[in-house]
Structure formats: structure tokens, C-alpha cells
Design a protein around this ligand. Structure first.
Ligand SMILES: [Zn+2]
Length: 129
């Protein structure tokens, strides 16, 4: 997410920078072929736990209450655009994704929006300087 804002124009989301051993350990491009539930885990169901241990997958990254079992570079490149789109939409419409208040939003969304706010503040400051 953070990278996405920093690199909105240029896109260095490339696992070429991950070495061979990293690529294996980090499951770049989901080489282990995990299901979506097992790739970004918010809930360790028996099914998810079985899939992870069967493929010997290791946690790569934690974002709020979501745990990634894929290299964030390859994972985020596909989904960040959606998240960013949603955050921009929330910002321009001043509406939340889920009904209720901020406390009713999922932690990853709150975190994404928080990053958006601080990144855009930094961006505006940069523009001005
Ligand atoms: Zn990678």
C-alpha cells in the first residue's frame, strides 16, 4: 500500500528484485497455488490451516488483521489498485465502505485509509516545497 502511493506513476512492483531463495520463501506470484482464503488470511479455518501446512507455506507479511502468504510485491500489485480505488472513492464521496462508523470498518481498511491520509499529506507537502 505504502509502496503503491510512493510509486503510483512508476511501477516497480516486480519480483525480479526478489532473489531465487526469496521467491521460494515468499511465494512470489503464488507459486504454491494457494486459494485466496489461504493467500490472505483473516481467519484460520481448518481448511486454511490444512492448505498452508500441506504446502508448507510461511507467513510473509501482516497488514492489520490480514496475514499474507504471498510476496507482498506480487500480491499487492494485483489488488492494490482495487484498494486504492476504494480509498479514493471513500475520500471523494466521504462515505465509508461498510455501514456504520469507523469502528465498524475492517482493520485493513482503516489502516489503508490511514496510510492514504499520511501519504497524501506527505505528497501535498512535497508538491508545495
Ligand atoms: Zn516477490
Amino acid at each position: 500500500m505504502r509502496w503503491a502511493f510512493k510509486t503510483r506513476d512508476a511501477s516497480p512492483f516486480a519480483c525480479e528484485t526478489c532473489g531465487d531463495r526469496d521467491r521460494e520463501a515468499r511465494n512470489c506470484y503464488n507459486a504454491l497455488d494457494l486459494s485466496n482464503d489461504a493467500l490472505a488470511v483473516s481467519d484460520y479455518t481448518d481448511e486454511v490451516k490444512a492448505a498452508l501446512s500441506e504446502r508448507n507455506a510461511k507467513k510473509v507479511f501482516t497488514l492489520g488483521d490480514m496475514r499474507l502468504y504471498e510476496c507482498p510485491l506480487s500480491y499487492l500489485s494485483e489488488d492494490t489498485r482495487d484498494i486504492i480505488q476504494m480509498v479514493f472513492l471513500m475520500d471523494s464521496t466521504k462515505r465509508l465502505l461498510f455501514s456504520g462508523e469507523w469502528g465498524d470498518q475492517p482493520a485493513w481498511l482503516v489502516e489503508a485509509y490511514g496510510i492514504f491520509l499520511s501519504e497524501s499529506a506527505a505528497y501535498i507537502k512535497e508538491e508545495r516545497d
